[in-house]
Design a protein around this ligand. Structure first.
Ligand SMILES: [Zn+2]
Length: 237
């Protein structure tokens, strides 16, 4: 049976007064919003992080994924997380970063939205991953046959119109489509998918001050990749 507040010698009034005092103290002496582990388990180089991802992708593509004890991992991750990479990927149900790179819980910090472009909110999440989780690698992961990029191509080439908030999403992908279109590729959708990854890697690199400073200090690296829906393989670009 659970103890009541009174059983524990604490009245509700005491608790409320205590909470008020704590809030007042907090207002006078602001504390950092997030705790930072000074010797995190993910303190590896960006190169090593990328190597782990690509080895995992090779296992996934060969259908030889590692066996993991999910309960043991859950228990070990209750108090903290130590992801080795932050990945901006498409929401597409066929592209799941944890599967594609054969990683377990706590290994990847993932931002997903259709078309894998850097939004302001997504950028803030990546900044959090770098600044407070000490993630050493950032990746933009596009994929073949991306419906969001194909839709943006239709809007640019055929002036197709989309309902709801979709035009806003397409607006974010359009610059990559227009840049790819200018090079007259034989496959515009494939070229735009690749350009979209490059544009968004650049956006990460230019983010000041958090990501650009971490890059300059060589604390992180950025990379782009394309996931092939047919083979499961990720090609770095
Ligand atoms: Zn997609």
């Amino acid at each position: 049976m659970c103890k009541s507040y009174d059983d524990a010698g604490l009245s509700r009034r005491h608790l409320m007064l205590g909470a008020g005092a704590a809030l007042a103290a907090g207002a006078m002496a602001p504390r950092p919003a997030f705790a930072v582990d000074e010797s995190p388990q993910n303190a590896i180089s960006p190169d090593e992080a990328l190597e782990r991802l690509m080895q995992g992708n090779a296992r996934y593509a060969a259908n030889e994924r590692e066996q993991r004890d999910c309960q043991e991992r859950r228990t070990g991750l209750v108090e903290a997380q130590f992801p080795i990479a932050a990945i901006l990927s498409c929401s597409d149900s066929r592209v799941a970063p944890e599967l594609a790179f054969d990683q377990g819980q706590g290994d990847l910090f993932v931002v997903r939205l259709a078309g894998n472009f850097v939004s302001d909110d997504g950028l803030a999440s990546l900044e959090y991953a770098v600044k407070f989780l000490r993630v050493p690698l950032l990746m933009v992961l596009g994929h073949t046959n991306c419906g969001a990029v194909a839709a943006a191509v239709k809007v640019v080439k055929d002036r197709a119109e989309l309902p709801g908030h979709l035009p806003e999403l397409i607006d974010s992908i359009k610059p990559a489509v227009i840049a790819a279109h200018g090079r007259h590729p034989s496959d515009l959708v494939a070229a735009a998918i690749e350009e979209n990854v490059k544009v968004n890697v650049k956006r990460m690199q230019d983010d000041a001050p958090i990501l650009s400073e971490a890059l300059a200090a060589k604390k992180i690296a950025t990379v782009g990749g394309i996931y092939d829906l047919a083979t499961g393989k990720v090609s770095l670009i």
